[in-house]
Design a protein around this ligand. Structure first.
Ligand SMILES: [Zn+2]
Length: 706
């Protein structure tokens, strides 16, 4: 791609315009000139403008779609594109797919069909029962043609840097005629109606759902690139942040130039998804969108605080992502200029750092994330009737130890422990050697590529942490009688505790590892654990204890809690040397241990797996996340420190002690960017030791070396 516009800018705004047209006042006050002036005043360099909306109405003269009656004949999109380009802005066109009401109304045969055979408008995250989300099926041939034709019109008529196709994921499990036909043609038989992650029939259907998302996105991407080979395509990447229902896969990330998503999540999932987006994006930076309304896109008036906007934007650039704010037009077409003023304050703060972003991330631990294992084994046996649309409050939430939540738990622990980490998927599994420790957080399904890559990684000296069901189901959905990685774990699968609350107690020689927990007062696991038998050369670090009674029953020892009693011989934590490397297997997903007393245990376990010094160490509060990049061509390390307290604005932090691994290189200068103010430093045991200046929201330090 010749036009790498995205490499030059981290400040962007997306304009949402999901306005209906039943009232002639709608959009009557919209002024494209005022809007573009507002964008320019923020310091943004890129703007995303809408070609259509969720109502399914187009803002340009279309011969295939439905033009918005309020602005018919005005070519609002054309005006915005022309004005933005005249002012030197990069222009991205928003194009909504699937969630388009007008097409849904006019073509009932294109509607998503639920397991009962109904096609209702869907609930969304707002009060009452506003069924206003209509979803079309991406397998419907006529709808696919409609999308191709509308995109063709856009590409032939306008000049732009890229297109942002929205909603290219599954809203729910679809049983429409076209899905049934496609399934029968490609697989044979009927679409299954029971969820069972150990049943090849169900898993094969899920693989098809993943394939069909890739297929639809491929259709959209190739249609655009056919006319605009230099334009970027960034599909809405919420797909990569939900559970299995969305149908994400590693392969999907190849259908876009970079990942781009409006996330409204807490600090820890934001950190994890940022690292996943970095890893999955074909080009950098990835994009993180956020409304300047609080808490999310379903609120139209309440303003996010500027301090919150700043912390999010600093989190974005620290992860080498671009910060995008979303505005949503008032139905009459007016906008709130104050929000643009707030964005300008944020952009003014991140702009000076832009020349120093990027580089090679230096990370010791990789959280491995699998798009084939985004489920909860507790779902097994449920009917697809129980799976509601993915933004419906009734959609079942995976349990706290399911893979995605376990990965978030590992993220939280690694941030709190200030251990350098990133995230990877099968897409970049050939880069395992960049890390010294790989974490497999309760990943039930792994494929042959992954199994052999992890085996090779450990044989060659890498360290692996794996928990609970990891590698117990094959890629095609066959439940195994033993872990596929049993030789690495040093254990064999035997079963699972009946008890839904269990304990982890230290083995005699590992009391310190589990401190402050003891044999009498072991560490609580609010989940079942897997029962395993141990191989001869593996070492037991901890064992499973059980409460007096199973909390599911009525008999109890103590009214308000389920205190520990039975000290079983089943191992809970196992250390196994394998090849030149080492492995720790946990029978429960203890990376989800949230409380400080428990989290530090997991921190010790990760440190026990280390085979060399970490890239950095820090004495800093838990609100601080640190990232480190090497800029090889400039001979410098860049250190990012983000303060992300739960209550904002941040209370400033003084005296953070940093140790940055420099190895054999010679450090020449440590400075505070962007002003390059020199800091005193020491060198000891291969580390540059420095005390950071006061940290309010964000700090960038540089170490120049030779
Ligand atoms: Zn369908």
């Amino acid at each position: 791609m010749a036009n790498k516009w995205y490499e030059k800018t981290y400040r962007r705004i997306l304009f949402d315009m999901h306005t209906n047209d039943w009232d002639s006042r709608f959009l009557s006050k919209f002024d494209p000139v005022e809007f573009i002036d507002c964008i320019l005043a923020t310091g943004a360099t890129t703007v995303t403008v809408p070609a259509n909306n969720h109502v399914g109405l187009a803002y340009f003269p279309t011969s295939v779609g439905y033009e918005h009656q309020g602005v018919k004949g005005q070519d609002l999109l054309g005006q915005l594109v022309t004005l933005a380009r005249q002012k030197g802005l990069n222009v991205i066109i928003y194009y909504c797919t699937v969630y388009v009401d007008r097409y849904w109304e006019n073509y009932p045969e294109a509607r998503i069909v639920d397991p009962q055979g109904h096609s209702e408008k869907l609930l969304m995250n707002s009060q009452g029962t506003p069924r206003r989300f209509s979803v079309c099926c991406m397998n419907n041939p006529a709808y696919r043609n409609f999308v191709v034709n509308e995109l063709t019109e856009l590409c032939q008529r306008y000049d732009f840097e890229g297109i942002w196709p929205d909603m290219t994921f599954w809203p729910t499990v679809c049983y429409c005629e076209q899905c049934q036909k496609r399934y029968a043609d490609e697989v044979g038989g009927d679409i299954p109606r029971n969820i069972d992650w150990g049943d090849p029939t169900w898993v094969r259907f899920q693989r098809k759902r993943q394939e069909w998302v890739v297929d639809f996105c491929h259709l959209v991407t190739t249609t655009i690139k056919q006319y605009k080979p230099e334009a970027t395509v960034a599909h809405q990447s919420w797909t990569f942040c939900g559970d299995w229902l969305f149908g994400a896969s590693d392969a999907l990330s190849k259908e876009m130039d970079f990942l781009s998503c409006d996330l409204y999540v807490e600090r820890y999932p934001l950190s994890l998804y940022s690292k996943l987006f970095y890893s999955l994006s074909e080009n950098k930076p990835f994009e993180h969108l956020n409304t300047w309304y609080y808490p999310n896109i379903h609120e139209h008036v309440i303003q996010r605080t500027v301090s919150h906007m700043k912390v999010i934007a600093f989190s974005d650039i620290m992860n080498n992502g671009a910060a995008i704010f979303i505005d949503a037009v008032d139905p009459l077409g007016t906008i709130n200029r104050e929000n643009y003023q707030h964005a300008s304050e944020v952009f003014a703060e991140i702009e000076p750092y832009e020349p120093y972003l990027g580089g090679q991330p230096l990370q010791d631990v990789a959280i491995y994330f699998s798009y084939d294992a985004l489920f909860d084994m507790a779902e097994n046996g449920r009917s697809t009737d129980t799976v509601f649309y993915n933004f419906d409050p009734r959609h079942p939430v995976p349990g706290p130890t399911a893979h995605r939540n376990a990965a978030v738990g590992a993220t939280r622990a690694l941030i709190h422990e200030h251990i350098p980490f990133g995230a990877i998927t099968r897409k970049t599994i050939d880069q395992l050697d960049r890390f010294q420790i790989v974490v497999l957080p309760n990943i039930a399904i792994l494929d042959e590529t992954e199994i052999s890559a992890f085996r090779r990684f450990v044989e060659n000296g890498g360290s692996l942490y794996a928990s609970k069901y990891t590698s117990i189901i094959s890629y095609d959905g066959h439940q195994q009688s033993n872990f596929m990685l049993a030789d690495l774990f040093g254990v064999d699968y035997l079963g699972e505790t009946e008890e839904i609350l269990t304990y982890v107690r230290p083995a005699t020689d590992y009391q310190e590892l589990l401190h402050p927990f003891t044999t009498l007062h072991p560490s609580t696991m609010r989940d079942t654990q897997v029962e395993v038998g141990i191989h001869s050369n593996a070492q037991v670090l901890a064992m499973i204890s059980l409460p007096f009674t199973d909390p599911k029953g009525t008999l109890y020892a103590s009214t308000l809690a389920d205190p520990p009693d039975k000290a079983t011989d089943y191992p809970a934590l196992i250390f196994n040397p394998f090849g030149k490397g080492k492995v720790i297997y946990a029978a429960g997903a203890i990376e989800t241990w949230e409380h400080d007393a428990q989290r530090t245990i997991w921190g010790r376990i990760i440190r026990k797996l280390a085979s060399r010094s970490f890239y950095f160490e820090a004495q800093a509060p838990k609100s601080v996340e640190i990232m480190l990049y090497d800029h090889l061509e400039q001979n410098r390390l860049i250190i990012h420190l983000l303060n992300f307290q739960s209550e904002l604005p941040n209370i400033p932090i003084d005296g953070i002690e940093l140790r940055i691994w420099i190895g054999n290189k010679t450090p020449e200068q440590v400075s505070i960017l962007p002003k390059d103010e020199v800091l005193e430093f020491m060198v000891a045991n291969g580390y540059v030791e420095v005390t950071a200046p006061r940290l309010e929201n964000y700090l960038m330090l540089a170490i120049r070396y030779k």
